[in-house]
Design a binder for this molecule. Structure first.
Ligand code: AHG
Ligand code: MN
Ligand code: MN
Length: 340
């Protein structure tokens, strides 16, 4: 009933109390992240009314054009999170190098990796976009931070999730014991628990992929995608196609409806097939959420969470979603017939 929801802060505090050694630092870190996301959400809601649409004229480390909202979101996250006192360093999709917390600021043991605004191509047209985050604990004893501190397995994440700026703003996250969803009530400025213990359907009937790149995939990938489109698949009818072009929004829909999101490797250079999506700031955090909701995520041969990053901006092929759909895709890409 309206007014009786529990806030994300209350939710975090309840969980903090259940962990005997908890210090409250993670809760404070999340509090600061949520505050930054509220600022981004407010600006996204005003887009079109204030001068925040369009390009900055710069090209980022990924070789992509930077939009004003990309830059705004990145700036808000870096500057707010630097002051949280809980981080030693950050890594952003938009920055070539890691961002250290300066020595004159209080530091903590956590590392934050983020995609400040995911779905850049949709920013200027009022279509869902999001912020994806991944939190690790620094494991080295060094007093300073290097890029090596970020080159970890996804399975080592302490927490991960995303903010979705859609018709309503939502926060979906996991700390490794299930997935909870919160919706921002703009009238009180609080995220309220709206979707406790989210479970992804084990099988779905939606496939999400940018199919115009069929020409760049290898044959097994093409056959696999054809399977989902075939009336002779296990459903006996083609899957429905849904592709927004914002990973976070495509993932979010499939989290609730079931199905599979795919971004296969581009094999134009057969010696170096490459995915588009970034392991540390996109694939790994969403893989953690997917698995915690009962789903799965793979690069086609390896569980995403079992990949150790070798570079800060490493890209991977990604197949993520309902457990059975990801299993069928994996089976087909490895020469099977799609049966489980
Ligand atoms: P970003 O906006 O953070 O650069 O990410 C864009 C990504 C992802 O959100 C989406 O799934 C994908 O790019 C879309 O790529 P295509 O336009 O190649 O389909
Ligand atoms: Mn992105
Ligand atoms: Mn981005």
């Amino acid at each position: 009933m309206e007014g009786l929801g529990i806030t994300v802060t209350e939710h975090l505090l309840i969980h903090q109390k259940q962990i005997p050694m908890a210090t409250g630092k993670f809760t404070r870190l999340m509090g600061e992240l949520i505050f930054a996301a509220k600022i981004i959400s407010r600006e996204v809601n005003k887009a079109g009314l204030v001068d925040i649409l369009g390009l900055t004229g710069e090209i980022n480390v990924q070789g992509e054009q930077v939009r004003k909202l990309d830059e705004f979101a990145n700036h808000v996250l870096i500057h707010r999170m630097k002051q949280s006192g809980q981080l030693c360093a950050m890594a952003s999709e938009e920055n070539a190098d890691i961002i250290e917390v300066p020595d004159n600021m209080p530091k903590g043991k956590y590392l934050l990796i983020f995609d400040p605004l995911d779905g850049s191509s949709n920013i200027d047209v009022n279509v869902n976009i999001g912020t994806i985050f991944s939190i690790h604990k620094k494991t080295s004893d060094r007093t300073y931070v290097t890029v090596d501190d970020f080159l970890r397995y996804g399975s080592e994440q302490v927490a991960a999730g995303y903010f979705l700026y859609g018709p309503s703003t939502m926060l979906i996250f996991t700390t490794g014991s299930g997935v909870d969803g919160f919706t921002l009530d703009p009238s009180i400025g609080e995220f309220l628990l709206s979707h406790p213990d989210i479970k992804m359907p084990e099988s779905g009937n939606i496939y999400s992929i940018n199919e115009s790149y069929t020409c760049y995939w290898d044959d097994t990938t093409r056959n696999m995608v054809n399977y989902f489109k075939s009336p002779d698949n296990h459903l006996g009818k083609p899957y429905g196609a849904r592709y927004i072009g914002s990973l976070v929004a495509d993932f979010h829909r499939n989290l609730f409806y079931g199905g599979i999101f795919m971004y296969p490797a581009d094999t134009r250079d057969p010696a170096k097939p490459r995915g588009k999506l970034r392991l540390l700031c996109e694939a790994a955090p969403l893989a953690f959420v997917a698995e915690q909701a009962g789903g799965a995520a793979t690069d086609g041969s390896k569980r995403i969470l079992d990949i150790k990053a070798e570079e800060l901006h490493q890209r991977v092929p990604l197949f993520i979603g309902s457990k059975n759909d990801v299993a069928r895709a994996t089976n087909l890409m490895n020469g099977g017939d799609g049966s489980l």
